[in-house]
Design a protein around this ligand. Structure first.
Ligand SMILES: Cc1cc2nc3c(=O)[nH]c(=O)nc-3n(C[C@H](O)[C@H](O)[C@H](O)COP(=O)(O)OP(=O)(O)OC[C@H]3O[C@@H](n4cnc5c(N)ncnc54)[C@H](O)[C@@H]3O)c2cc1C
Length: 255
């Protein structure tokens, strides 16, 4: 017989996990179904992931402030890779903590793709193609939203999720869109010493925000352009010729 639950939550991002924890604390019999990494965007490609990278960038900034030119380029490149690894380790640890929190409340975590069969039945298909059908009284769809641009990991044109999946930062990053995600990535990769060009079609960065915030961020990013290790600035200068898209009107170039 199919297992029966009072509530099924499909998706364990910030929305799904909070709803599931709340329901379990209230005594409901709950199952959460996750197709990808536990914790969703927030832990792996969103706010927590970028905060971890920001922290690493800040540490690098402090380290290099007191250094003269002639720093060991290989050492620095290695440390960039270490930062990406540290970010992943932090995301994995947070996902593990979330799994403990969920299981402590006797909530079942089922890994696989959830598909609605009808109003009260869900089919769970694991990555190995195994199917299970469960019966539920209520269902919460918390499947989130991915980046608008699908992209492909093998392409040079990628979305923000795919950028975070790459362990080696690019020499030159061209970011389309000066919303908060674009600005956040510009600050991080600029801090890693990459050449960054940020393109925004409206007159200012963060067009949906208060005007003063966009102006402040533009100022901060321009100021950061003067920081960073000398050798990386040299390398950035060498890549300038590649970026003919920098001719675009209104591009903000943080070299
Ligand atoms: C770079 C970046 C920075 C951000 N910074 C901030 C910030 O500072 N503050 C802020 O508030 N927000 C921020 N956000 C936005 C925030 O991360 C998202 O709004 C939030 O994570 C969405 O949560 P969610 O639960 O709706 O969906 P998600 O976190 O996307 O979770 C959905 C989950 O559902 C799973 N799923 C989908 N379909 C199925 C299925 N059929 N079966 C099983 N599982 C499925 C997915 O694998 C995923 O794990 C940022 C986003 C990005 C990309």
């Amino acid at each position: 017989m199919n297992e029966k639950y009072q509530l099924a939550v499909i998706g364990t991002g910030s929305g799904g996990s909070e709803a599931a924890l709340l329901a379990a604390k209230k005594g409901f019999k709950v199952v959460v179904i996750e197709n990808g990494a536990l914790g969703g965007t927030r832990l792996h490609h969103g706010s927590y992931a970028v905060r971890a990278l920001h922290a690493s960038v800040r540490l690098h900034g402090e380290f290099f402030k007191g250094k003269e030119s002639g720093i060991d380029a290989d050492l620095f490149t290695d440390s960039l890779v270490q930062s990406m690894k540290a970010q992943r380790a932090a995301s994995t640890r947070l996902a593990r903590e979330l799994q403990h929190d969920l299981e402590r409340l006797n909530l079942r975590v089922a890994f696989g793709r959830g598909t609605l069969v009808d109003e009260h039945r869900i089919r769970i298909t694991t990555e190995y193609g195994k199917h299970e059908e469960i019966e539920v009284d209520s269902i919460i769809l918390a499947t989130g939203a991915g980046p608008d641009y699908i992209g492909s990991q093998n392409s040079r044109i990628i979305n923000s999720d795919q950028l975070l999946d790459r362990i080696h930062p690019p020499a030159h990053l061209f970011i389309i869109g000066g919303g908060y995600v674009g600005c956040e990535f510009a600050a991080i990769y600029r801090g890693f010493g990459c050449q960054v060009t940020l393109a925004e079609q409206s007159e200012r960065l963060l067009p949906d925000w208060d005007e003063s915030v966009g102006a402040h961020i533009a100022q901060q990013l321009a100021a950061d352009a003067d920081a960073g290790p000398a050798y990386l600035r040299r390398r950035c200068a060498e890549t300038k010729g590649v970026a003919d898209h920098r001719q675009c009107r209104r591009n903000r170039d943080f070299t």
